[in-house]
Design a protein around this ligand. Structure first.
Ligand SMILES: Cc1cc2nc3c(=O)[nH]c(=O)nc-3n(C[C@H](O)[C@H](O)[C@H](O)COP(=O)(O)OP(=O)(O)OC[C@H]3O[C@@H](n4cnc5c(N)ncnc54)[C@H](O)[C@@H]3O)c2cc1C
Ligand SMILES: NC(=O)c1ccc[n+]([C@@H]2O[C@H](COP(=O)([O-])OP(=O)(O)OC[C@H]3O[C@@H](n4cnc5c(N)ncnc54)[C@H](OP(=O)(O)O)[C@@H]3O)[C@@H](O)[C@H]2O)c1
Length: 258
């Protein structure tokens, strides 16, 4: 996309490294006209290596971490060493340009669900991004009995935003938040070392949360690794969870990252 009417040029204001050479986040200026719903994603652009100072020619989807009420946009990213986009994005520094498509996209948003019951937010890896935008927004804290955030990662170091999430329990309505950090390649104190899908299948997630995954009342979001999503969709489908369609709210919403 090189049509300048379709995107804006924004400026990186800060960079945070969570895990060197693997995980980082960026904050960039935000065009006032860029409005979005928590859980949506932006198309983010950079120039290709053939013309590094030219217009953006490489585009990737990135969920907003920032809430709609923030002045800046924030993104949280993996570095795929052989990828075309993410290593380039990881080299950005304050003052550099990042291009943002004017249209926000995506349906991993709370309007997919009827209000009430428990909200389960299940993420693998950087799939956490979309949920941070949802949790940083006020509206979610008024709509559910419990919010259960499950973040599945390989190692404890990859539990990005952990301190921010834990601090949310201290905010008004925050006592309803249950945060379950789950690692698969390291043992976290008091937590099983297992994939999210294993813990759905064996009831471990429900025991840890102290809530049941009841399709009558619970709403589930899934975000991240497509293999995890496929396995989790099957397990949850067997328990009566399904996406809404044609304006009828469902109790399952899913976002594939690749
Ligand atoms: C709707 C949507 C939202 C997204 N939001 C985010 C986000 O908030 N943060 C983010 O880091 N990525 C996100 N992605 C993925 C992102 O668009 C890119 O794929 C990623 O930045 C890698 O780009 P790349 O060109 O370096 O590699 P690509 O050529 O795009 O991908 C190469 C391979 O890397 C692996 N891969 C890609 N993305 C990831 C990832 N996030 N975690 C682990 N492995 C991955 C896959 O095996 C993929 O086939 C999102 C994708 C979609 C479709
Ligand atoms: N040293 C590194 O690891 C390194 C360094 C730099 C960049 N990278 C990049 O990082 C990418 C991986 O990123 P990531 O670790 O955030 O993502 P990931 O491979 O999707 O792993 C995130 C979590 O999801 C789990 N998972 C994977 N497949 C699943 C499934 N089918 N069902 C349930 N859970 C599943 C993983 O468990 P398991 O542990 O059991 O797979 C892990 O706990 C690599 O592709 C590489 O490009 C890796």
């Amino acid at each position: 996309m090189t049509d300048e009417t379709k995107y804006t040029r924004q400026t990186v204001t800060s960079v945070h490294t969570w895990v060197p050479d693997k995980l980082f986040s960026l904050r960039v200026t935000r065009d006032r006209a860029f409005e979005f719903l928590p859980g949506q994603f932006a198309r983010v652009g950079l120039p290709g290596s053939e013309a590094p100072d030219g217009p953006p020619t490489l585009w990737r989807a990135y969920s907003m971490v920032s809430a709609p009420g923030e002045n800046a946009l924030e993104f949280y990213s993996i570095v795929v060493p052989e990828g075309e986009f993410s290593p380039r994005m990881a080299r950005l520094a304050p003052g550099d340009a990042l291009y943002i498509d004017k249209t926000p996209f995506g349906f991993l948003t709370l309007e997919r669900f009827a209000p009430g019951g428990d909200l389960w937010l299940l993420a693998s890896g950087t799939g956490l991004s979309a949920y941070l935008s949802i949790l940083r927004d006020e509206s979610v804290w008024q709509s559910y009995e419990r919010i259960i955030l499950v973040h599945g990662v390989r190692t404890a170091a990859e539990l990005a935003y952990r301190a921010e999430i834990e601090a949310m329990r201290g905010r008004p309505g925050g006592a309803q938040l249950v945060y379950l950090p789950i690692a698969t390649r390291e043992t976290l104190p008091g937590m099983p070392r297992a994939r999210i899908t294993t813990l759905i299948a064996d009831g471990g997630l429900e025991r840890l949360a102290g809530r049941t995954l009841d399709a009558e009342t619970a709403k589930v979001m899934l975000c991240g690794n497509p293999a995890m999503l496929a396995d989790a969709r099957k397990l949850l489908g067997d328990r009566g969870f399904k996406p809404g369609r044609r304006g009828i709210p469902g109790n399952l919403a899913v976002e594939n990252y690749w």
